[in-house]
Ligand binder design. Structure first.
Ligand code: AVJ
Length: 322
């Protein structure tokens, strides 16, 4: 009988790492930044002065919370707030507090791949907003959205904040918005947070902090390969490199091998050879303008009903409808 070796190639992470590191040029997906350690590093990134995204969006939501919740609650007496990738929920809490004040019947449904993130969020919500109806859902965004049944004639509002859409390539973003559109009824809405094109230096600085927090974040993917797939990456032999193309609006993160080296990843039985200065592409963070969001929305069968910006116009939150 033939013997079958079972390797970590049977896991999604193992497969993706195998495919990414045998591809030319090499790449790994930024979705793998976010384990327990990566979540903590991302919290530090959000607190950095250079990482303007979080503060900008916080200010937009805070300044416009009355107007936004008025749009959410217009012509309905019951809403479901479905949040894709809720994180620590600090920005969402502005809207939750405002909605609580309106007395409307609503339910908050945070969706996240990480059960740990959801548990923490649930705990902090039960302390800060004990009366809010919260129902966490663990899973991938689209699959989980499909499982959510509406009760009566309530309105679904999908929150996709923080410029998380920026991690998707144009075609993926289009596909993703189309799938959201597909799950929506006529009266439903999306609140989408999109980082905007701006002085290229401001963008580079946000992804290239002198303290090296972003570098640690980027390298966390190698750390995960080491611990979860028995790899032997020497993190010091890679440098973090950021580029921004002001024409396309695409910021890209790379890990660059400082020397020729061989890395072993035992669980997936892979030996990876690096030339000196060879790259691993790890992340894209797309920056948008109104025209691009209009086109993206239109391609997905949606339109912008409202747009809110901070005073610098660094960031925008769009309300998309059918
Ligand atoms: C959480 C995807 C919005 O791309 O700005 C921050 C992640 N990467 N610093 C972003 C990130 C490097 C962030 N998103």
């Amino acid at each position: 009988m033939e013997q079958q070796t079972i390797t970590k190639l049977d896991t999604k992470f193992g497969k993706d790492v195998y495919n990414g590191l045998t591809a030319i040029p090499k790449h790994l997906s930024s979705k793998y930044f976010y384990d327990h350690n990566g979540d903590k590093i991302f919290q530090q990134i959000m607190a950095m002065p250079e990482y303007y995204l979080t503060n900008s969006e916080y200010n937009i939501l805070d300044l416009n919370k009355a107007h936004i919740t008025e749009l959410f609650t217009k012509n309905t007496n019951r809403i479901n707030l479905l949040e894709l990738g809720a994180g620590d929920g600090i920005k969402t809490k502005i809207l939750l507090e405002q909605l609580s004040g309106t007395g409307i019947d609503f339910k908050y449904i945070p969706i996240d791949i990480s059960q740990n993130a959801l548990d923490q969020l649930e705990t902090s919500l039960s302390m800060e907003f004990p009366t809010i109806n919260v129902e966490t859902k663990q899973g991938t965004y689209i699959e989980t959205l499909k499982t959510i049944r509406k009760e009566g004639n309530s309105r679904n509002i999908i929150l996709f904040l923080g410029s998380n859409i920026g991690n998707l390539l144009h075609d993926q973003a289009l596909q993703f918005l189309s799938e959201l559109e597909n799950s929506m009824d006529v009266d439903d809405m999306i609140l989408l947070g999109c980082d905007q094109k701006k002085n290229p230096q401001t963008i580079l600085d946000a992804y290239n902090d002198p303290a090296g927090i972003t570098e640690t974040f980027n390298k966390n993917i190698l750390k995960r390969i080491n611990s979860e797939l028995q790899g032997n990456f020497d993190l010091d032999k890679f440098l973090h490199w950021e580029t921004y193309d002001p024409q396309t609006g695409t910021a890209k993160s790379y890990l660059v091998s400082k020397e020729a080296q061989e890395v072993h990843i035992k669980s997936i039985e892979l030996v990876v050879n690096f030339e000196a200065w060879e790259t691993i592409h790890t992340e894209i963070s797309q920056k948008y303008d109104d025209r691009e969001i209009t086109n993206l929305a239109r391609g997905a069968g949606l339109k912008i009903s409202n747009a809110f910006a901070d005073s610098n116009k660094y960031f925008k939150n769009y309300i998309l409808v059918k």
